[in-house]
Design a protein around this ligand. Structure first.
Ligand SMILES: [Zn+2]
Length: 654
């Protein structure tokens, strides 16, 4: 879903705003406090609901574009996976039930608010067909403090008529059909038949198998989706839509097309703007098929459906779109891979859907509109930094605004995927990791831990610190640099503070620094940060004249602190690491070379294993000839008489 903004009374305002400002509007509501979602199932009821597995939904419903009235029959097909005495699901109290059968026989049931408990006597694995005939009017948005509903009935001035459309996420599917609202349980398939006024068309998931003129002023649209689907991705919509067709040709299909069938409305620029976005779908689908693997529902189709709200919702095979802009077009299409085909195990993990879809906007721009990509990425970073805290992963799954928080679930989520791509540092491996993750979890659901583990398996990286700091942790670093040039060598100290240190005091990701050099071009050096202040000595970088940028490729959400050129900043001989002060070759047959940034002329003492000094040399600058010594192990002590510093290295002489 994209920037879930559905406050219909403000629609005209939203339509006039850019995406960034929509985000602002969404944020504005948070100042009134959290908007909690009703938790419909008790812990015990949820445990009971997990004792059966939904295999399919078949909804045969009468709907109109003139009201939120719904009537008809729902079949919930499933099988029990343990002994149980009742099937637990949810249906809003507004709907009255006129008939309820299990496997064709009337069954008793109880209703507790939205909870529907159907009496069964199931032992072990038992297949069932729960048939519920019901009717009523879906609750209006005015009945919900969040101003949202499962069913919207709305005037659309552009078509001078009304539309009825559903949005089931996060927990509103029960406001239009009896449903098990648990993300972990995908149905294997779904069938939605909608009988609607003949002047209308009806949209739902999958393939339109039939539209049957019933001869009474009604038409029945028969949609069938043959793929596993989350309850939150099932939808229905009714309006005098206009179909708009297209085709995409993902390379994997060898010239065969994917049908694109969109449901639009309006006239003039309203319609042509929608059509222009639909015309972008082939390029985007072919790109994402290259990056992620073939479009998941290529055997069915794709399309966009117009509705009067801000943003979009990734209904499987046909997202509902309110904002017609190419980043949204790409975002919703990419959800077919991320969020739909690969679901997420709880709303705590929604970044796996929204962060991926938002990052897909960037990938689309990077590949097709390259000049627009970096400003978008920097815009996310700026937005994330409007707050000092906040994690991508979150625990509060019953707060609507936290789930769909565009700063954290979307933009920080997308930004840390970019960081991960930078850590992997090889695009072929990064996209292979995404492929492997997709192949492992397609038609199922994944948790944040699943994602991290899968990427670790492909890349061989240990992502523990990345996950702790960037996914589960909060805030971001601010880097400061102190540097000095020691001849051709560079001494640099990179220190950072954290914006929310009580949770995440240290960020141990890499950071790149761009240096200006006296001769030649700028050079970018990547540093692996291990603490809040690290020193690095880079030998033979050439004379550095300045630090041009910290994180020039924008891999990391960060702020820049001071950059200081400090001629007093030197490193003592005894501070040098083995890497910084080397004697090579080792072992040696004779002449060895000192590799050191230390410019002082050194005094050398060579000591044998018995502690006896066998050589003494003054004012050594580069090489030492050990050829006169017997074979064996020696210690070479290098000292600077002026400063008193000294260091010892072990060497083997053949
Ligand atoms: Zn989205």
């Amino acid at each position: 879903m994209k920037r879930y903004v559905i406050f219909l009374a403000l629609l005209n305002v939203f339509n006039a705003l850019t995406q960034e400002e929509q985000h602002f509007c969404a944020e504005k509501y948070t100042v009134h406090g959290k908007v909690p979602l009703e938790k419909y199932l008790s812990v015990q009821q949820e445990q009971k609901a997990n004792l059966y597995d939904v295999t399919g939904y078949f909804l045969d419903l009468n709907m109109t574009n003139q009201s939120s009235d719904i009537s008809g029959t729902a079949h919930i097909y499933g099988k029990t996976v343990g002994d149980l005495d009742s099937l637990i699901l949810e249906l809003h109290e507004n709907f009255s039930i006129s008939m309820l059968n299990v496997n064709g026989t009337a069954a008793g049931y109880n209703r507790y608010g939205t909870v529907l408990a159907v009496a069964v006597n199931a032992i072990g694995v038992t297949e069932f067909d729960l048939e519920v005939t019901y009717s009523g009017t879906a609750p209006p948005i005015s009945s919900n403090p969040a101003g949202v509903s499962g069913v919207y009935n709305q005037m659309v001035s552009a078509m001078n008529d009304k539309i009825t459309f559903t949005i089931s996420t996060p927990f509103y599917a029960h406001q239009w059909f009896p449903v098990k609202q648990i993300l972990r349980d995908k149905a294997d398939s779904s069938r939605v038949h909608l009988t609607v006024p003949a002047v209308c068309k009806a949209a739902s998931n999958g393939v339109l198998e039939n539209n049957v003129d019933l001869g009474n002023g009604s038409t029945r649209y028969e949609w069938f989706n043959s793929h596993p689907i989350g309850y939150n991705l099932i939808f229905a919509a009714v309006a005098p839509f206009q179909e708009y067709l297209g085709q995409a040709f993902p390379a994997q299909l060898g010239g065969a097309p994917v049908e694109i069938r969109s449901y639009l409305y309006g006239t003039g620029t309203t319609l042509t703007n929608m059509q222009a976005q639909c015309d972008l779908i082939p390029d985007f689908m072919e790109l994402f098929s290259d990056l992620y693997g073939l479009y998941p529902f290529a055997d069915q189709r794709y399309g966009m459906m117009a509705a009067p709200f801000g943003g979009g919702m990734e209904h499987q095979t046909m997202p509902t779109i309110g904002t017609w802009e190419k980043k949204i077009t790409a975002h919703e299409l990419s959800h077919m891979w991320w969020g739909d085909k690969v679901g997420f195990s709880s709303f705590s993990d929604i970044w796996l859907s929204e962060g991926m879809a938002t990052y897909s906007e960037y990938l689309m721009l990077q590949n097709l509109y390259p000049s627009e990509a970096t400003p978008v990425l920097l815009g996310w970073h700026s937005n994330v930094k409007t707050g000092v805290a906040g994690s991508v992963y979150h625990v509060d799954t019953f707060n609507l605004y936290r789930i769909y928080d565009s700063r954290l679930s979307y933009r920080k989520g997308a930004s840390i995927l970019h960081t991960l791509r930078g850590m992997i540092n090889e695009d072929a491996v990064f996209f292979q990791a995404l492929h492997d993750y997709y192949n492992t979890f397609q038609d199922s659901i994944a948790s944040s831990a699943d994602f991290i583990q899968r990427v670790e398996t492909t890349t061989g990286l240990d992502l523990t610190e990345f996950a702790d700091q960037w996914l589960y942790g909060q805030g971001y670093p601010k880097y400061a640099i102190r540097w000095n040039d020691l001849g051709n060598n560079l001494l640099i100290e990179i220190s950072h503070t954290a914006s929310y240190p009580s949770v995440t005091p240290t960020f141990t990701n890499f950071i790149e620094v761009q240096f200006q050099r006296a001769a030649g071009t700028d050079t970018i050096v990547r540093f692996n940060i291990t603490s809040n202040s690290d020193q690095f000595l880079i030998p033979a970088i050439g004379q550095v004249t300045g630090v041009a940028a910290i994180d020039p490729n924008n891999w990391i959400i960060n702020n820049n602190g001071t950059i200081t050129y400090d001629t007093e900043f030197t490193v003592g001989l005894s501070d040098l690491t083995d890497e910084q002060l080397k004697i090579i070759p080792n072992p040696t047959e004779g002449v060895v070379y000192l590799i050191s940034p230390y410019e002082q002329v050194l005094k050398i003492n060579v000591i044998d294993p018995g502690g006896k000094e066998v050589m003494e040399m003054d004012k050594v600058t580069g090489q030492i000839d050990l050829s006169g010594l017997c074979s064996g192990t020696y210690f070479i002590r290098m000292s600077d008489p002026d400063s008193g510093f000294s260091a010892t290295r072990r060497i083997v002489k053949f």
